[in-house]
Design a protein. Structure first.
Length: 481
């Protein structure tokens, strides 16, 4: 059967709740916002929007019928408008936001709009500090390939689906549930996944306890007839679901992991180039065997969580094993870019220490490089400052680390004064890593051109625009395939 398709986005999709309504999206080019816009377009909404820059997402939405302005100005709001949706990055002083407020228009956040769409369906919401995009894409792909025609919003392009979102006629709506700004508390899923909980987004949470409390509240939004699927080896997840503390999950909870005692247990049988073959057990009984196409032990956990959700959605074991095993990943998740002259180029979205460590280990296992060079762009000054000790220790699998300036987003100008990329490089060196600060992408590309030799793997890593370096290296190298 064909394994790469364009997801259905036809008019029959998700009901007619927004058909004919005029919806304006401020920040429409963001990964979640553009996916939201695609679902609204499929519902026959009249979509307008704005973004600070063009790009692939803006071009795609324009082709699909959205009217998008570059730059954000009050006049971008259409004369007739029923609803304004703002991305999480939109500041209250944004000119379009102020204009919408002055006109008395209804204004909602991205997560609130996602919640409205999810309530039209049986919602499957994937939460966790790491793995949300891969796991939600894996579930969406399996449902789609099995003919269930799901609606889905994934925070990354999925080549096997041809799009980061789809509006299907089936009963399921799959979406990432992000803890930033407690946005996932606007969702009311029937099935909620908690993949893991760690310190992150400390610009909006005081500490880890606050993050755990938010996940506890998220789980409590699942109705009594629903299901929470939770990492059975993560103590912070266990704390979020611990009984005797309110709010907590009133529904059934199923755990997943690789150890005894997990309801969904993976028993690893072998690994080839970092890709796991495992037996999946459910409640102590054999459920299926699957071989993953994605490298890395972290993807075994993602696959177990997806398996539990797909079983809840009614898919038989053999087909779960087939579709999950065939899933090849989302864009910028250990994404192969090119191989030429004996040099391999990979791009990855990892921007948290745990993600970096897992991705580098998976890349080393899969490609077995002579040298692994990592170009890491820190994402946010606040995240870098709060987690600098963890960042300093997470690059052990890389032979060389190159760090440009920190990608500036959401932080205040004052936050920029607290930490720099040079500080991070110093900490990596103190922990034995070979790291250097190179300020600009142009100089990084020159450095790589002088350094790369056959047998090397270079990975660009981060949640900002570091993929541009991968693009330039690919152009320089060409590609053998």
């Amino acid at each position: 059967m064909e394994t790469s398709k364009k997801a259905h986005t036809g008019a029959a999709a998700t009901g007619d709740g927004f058909a004919g309504r005029r919806v304006h999206l401020i920040g429409i080019g963001g990964s979640g916002m553009c996916a939201l816009a695609e679902v609204l377009l499929a519902q026959k909404a009249l979509v307008t929007g704005s973004d600070m820059a063009g790009g692939e997402a803006v071009d795609r939405l324009t082709k699909d019928g959205a009217v998008i302005a570059i730059g954000q100005r009050p006049e971008n709001l259409p004369p007739q408008c029923d609803l304004v949706v703002c991305s999480a990055a939109i500041h209250p002083q944004n000119p379009e936001y102020l204009a919408a407020k002055a006109r008395g228009l209804e204004i909602v956040k991205y997560s609130q709009m996602l919640g409205r769409l999810m309530r039209q369906k049986l919602g499957i919401a994937v939460a966790g500090t790491h793995g949300k995009s891969t796991t939600s894409a894996m579930i969406s792909y399996a449902l789609y390939m099995d003919g269930a025609d799901p609606s889905f919003i994934v925070g990354a392009v999925v080549d096997q689906l041809g799009t980061p979102s789809g509006a299907g006629a089936g009963p399921h709506f799959v979406a990432e549930a992000c803890e930033f700004d407690r946005s996932f508390l606007n969702l009311d899923p029937t099935c909620a996944l908690i993949l893991n909980i760690e310190e992150d987004h400390l610009d909006c949470y005081q500490d880890l306890d606050g993050i755990i409390e938010a996940f506890r509240s998220f789980a409590a939004r699942v109705p009594a007839h629903g299901l929470v699927i939770a990492n059975g080896e993560d103590r912070n997840t266990a704390a979020a679901l611990r009984t005797g503390q309110a709010p907590t999950a009133a529904c059934q909870v199923q755990t997943f992991g690789l150890t005894d005692g997990c309801y969904w247990q993976g028993v690893i049988q072998s690994r080839l180039c970092g890709c796991v073959k495992m037996e999946v057990r459910c409640g102590g009984k054999s459920f299926c065997e699957m071989t993953l196409a994605l490298p890395g032990l972290h993807n075994a956990y993602n696959a177990l969580a997806a398996t539990a959700a797909l079983h809840y959605a009614g898919m038989p074991p053999a087909r779960i094993a087939q579709w999950v095993g065939q899933f090849t990943g989302a864009k910028r998740r250990i994404q192969f870019r090119a191989r030429a002259k004996g040099i391999t180029v990979v791009d990855d979205y990892a921007h948290h220490p745990t993600e970096i460590q897992a991705s580098l280990k998976a890349i080393r296992d899969y490609y077995e490089p002579k040298r692994l060079l990592c170009v890491f762009q820190p994402h946010q000054h606040s995240r870098t400052r709060f987690l600098i000790n963890d960042f300093a220790r997470c690059f052990d699998a890389a032979n060389e680390i190159v760090v440009p300036d920190i990608y500036f987003v959401r932080d205040s100008e004052r936050e920029k004064d607290h930490i720099s990329s040079e500080d991070l490089v110093s900490q990596i060196r103190l922990h034995g890593g070979s790291a250097r600060y190179i300020k600009t992408f142009t100089d990084i590309i020159r450095f790589l051109q002088a350094q790369l030799t056959p047998g090397d793997v270079v990975v660009t890593m981060g949640a900002g625009n570091i993929w541009e370096v991968a693009d330039e290296i690919v152009r320089w190298l060409g590609s053998d395939r």
